[in-house]
Ligand binder design. Structure first.
Ligand SMILES: *Cc1c(COP(=O)(O)O)cnc(C)c1O
Length: 454
């Protein structure tokens, strides 16, 4: 078995508790004919096996992490009501739970006051932050590093805001001198600082960016959709730690509970340091906002209908696993990072491979040594496929020469990019599974590169 079946028992118990709260209502529970449901559901289960096994520790490829079993249960429980967190009319309890959950995330970054809410994901969360940035710095541009998520250039186009990429250093971090050159033009309104870039987990030097605010006027938006929770981890390198320690000085922050926060997809979060930016969201609704004078979340978010179930799942998960340094959740992130460090060490010792640099978070990237860049890319594709044949699921990602040259994987640069292997060690179990992962990787390398296993 690779799935947790046991915790499903708790759903029945919780459902009875919820039913009890509505016992004053006349009986109305529908009794579905189970047979047709069973057939359709079995078909769906069969279809779902045509997926990579995201639930298994041998899946160490893309940024995919199954939700905590508690998040799954709480989400399913909320589904029986299907609250809509647009307005208190649609989800009174779940809106309150969202406000509490979001406040807990804000406190993790040191904010006692904030404006923020959950949303569909990092894309819409970043969209809102860039939009507020545009309203506050009209006519000015957005800049982000060349390793920042592609969403920033795309969203800037949607917002009709000029966008420019800032060069990165060897480790994929924003190059502060290039940033300063851009700032010196006087055209920049918002600097996107990525803490945990999607491809390699690089962490931009936030303290140096903040220092530039003494000279230039710009907003700092931290995109930590992937990396935000690592602020709780104790095993970061000092430079990485220094960036996290200043996160509270940003104007806005994005974090995705559906990436490292153990939540099902559909759970992003945007936070603003100044609650006053709520004025940009101001609108009236002819349909809703009548049930209470208290804040309806739809009054401070761009999306209208939103799953209250996301808030219920997040809130419940944080009851079990509060966002505390030294707590169980923090330890689980530390295990992910320890797994990545162990993988890095093993990769370094294999002369067929060359890791680009030590992981800053829990993402490893490595190139296959070869005569030329194109040959290295071709080999990476072959190893990727051979590993998948052995049920070891890695990812591929291409990186620019500037991030590869220090690792020196090739003799001849016949291309400006190399396709590398990439692994996101997002499950704490990856630590215990690392010997098995490495053994399958070595077998895949031996087969593909036709060299004996060292
Ligand atoms: C994943 C990610 C995004 C996009 O978020 P979605 O939740 O996929 O919409 C943006 N920025 C970074 C750094 C990310 O890792």
């Amino acid at each position: 078995m690779t799935f947790d079946h046991k915790s499903l028992e708790l759903l029945g118990e919780a459902l009875r508790t919820m039913d009890h709260g509505f016992r004053h209502l006349p009986e109305s529970a529908p009794a579905p004919d189970l047979e047709p449901l069973r057939n359709a559901l079995r078909e769906a289960a069969e279809r779902m096996t045509d997926n990579y096994p995201y639930q298994h520790p041998l899946y160490i490829g893309q940024m995919l992490k199954p939700p905590h079993s508690l998040a799954r249960l709480a989400y399913a429980l909320a589904m029986f009501l299907n609250p809509n967190n647009h307005a208190l009319d649609g989800g009174r309890a779940s809106s309150a739970m969202e406000k509490e959950a979001v406040a807990q995330i804000a406190r993790m970054f040191g904010w006692e006051t904030h404006l923020g809410h959950l949303c569909g994901g990092g894309t819409i969360a970043n969209f809102e932050a860039l939009w507020v940035g545009r309203e506050l710095r009209p006519g000015k541009s957005v800049v982000a590093s060349a390793q920042a998520h592609y969403t920033h250039s795309r969203l800037s186009a949607v917002l009709n805001v000029p966008f420019a990429k800032i060069a990165v250093d060897q480790r994929g971090r924003m190059d502060v001198r290039s940033l300063e050159k851009a700032l010196a033009t006087g055209e920049v309104g918002t600097v996107v600082v990525t803490l945990g870039a999607t491809a390699a987990g690089s962490v931009d030097p936030l303290p140096e960016v903040l220092a530039l605010r003494e000279q230039y006027d710009f907003r700092v938006h931290v995109d930590s959709a992937y990396g935000g929770y690592f602020t709780l981890a104790k095993n970061l390198e000092p430079e990485t730690r220094a960036a996290y320690d200043r996160i509270g000085e940003a104007d806005s922050i994005v974090i995705d509970p559906h990436k490292h926060g153990l939540q099902p997809y559909g759970c992003g979060c945007v936070l603003f340091r100044d609650p006053g930016v709520g004025r940009f969201y101001q609108h009236t609704s002819p349909y809703t906002y009548f049930s209470s004078d208290e804040l309806h979340l739809g009054e401070i978010s761009l999306e209208c209908s939103r799953p209250g179930a996301s808030a219920v799942a997040l809130w419940t998960t944080m009851r079990l696993l509060p966002l505390e340094p030294g707590g169980d959740f923090a330890h689980s992130l530390e295990s992910c990072r320890a797994a990545a460090l162990a993988l890095h060490q093993a990769l370094e010792q294999d002369e067929r491979l060359t890791p680009l640099f030590p992981p800053e978070l829990d993402i490893n990237v490595w190139a296959i040594r070869a005569e030329s860049a194109s040959e290295s890319s071709a080999r990476a594709r072959k190893v990727f496929a051979a590993a998948a044949e052995r049920d070891l699921h890695l990812a591929l990602s291409s990186f620019p020469r500037v991030m590869l040259e220090a690792a020196n994987p090739v003799l001849r640069w016949d291309a400006e990019e190399i396709i590398c292997l990439r692994a996101c060690a997002m499950k704490p179990e990856h630590q215990a599974w690392m010997p098995e992962i490495l053994s399958r990787l070595r077998a895949s390398l031996a087969e593909t590169l036709e060299t004996p296993d060292p």
